[in-house]
Design a protein around this ligand. Sequence first.
Ligand code: SF4
Length: 152
Amino acid sequence: MSSVMRYSSEEIVWQEVPGETSLAYTITGCPVGCKGCHSVDTWPVGSGVELSPGRFSQRLYDYQGLITCVLFLGGEWHHEALLTLLSIARTHGLKTCLYTGLERVPTEIEKQLDYLKTGPWVARRGGLESRSTNQRFMDVKSGELLNVHFWD
Ligand code: SF4
């Protein structure tokens, strides 16, 4: 597996991580393969723009004072590269969040996270806004389940 992370979009988001202003990266090459995935166009490995540590650091300087968190939508399959970027984000005093379609991620990654969304997309269960979802949004340090913040 390539260690180079690439992304298809970079945007500021407010709803994906409750209470935070997040710089969100959609990482390409997701291998999970959920049926009904809304981001099939991001599946091809090697697509998108390279997210090198240098580029990432520059973006964090660009957004200094404007964001409180960095969100990676995928990327756990680039274990070392993700750890490097999470470490850079924390060095900048930012919180960190990962959305993964897996049920769990390696402990080394979890240790670098403030928030973690787990679970694949299952259409009949819905996403985080659904009370019957299979997905879990956690405060990693406290272990508190925060799904309630996504409900209307
Ligand atoms: S984890 Fe997310 S991006 Fe990956 S296949 Fe499932 S819904 Fe799509």
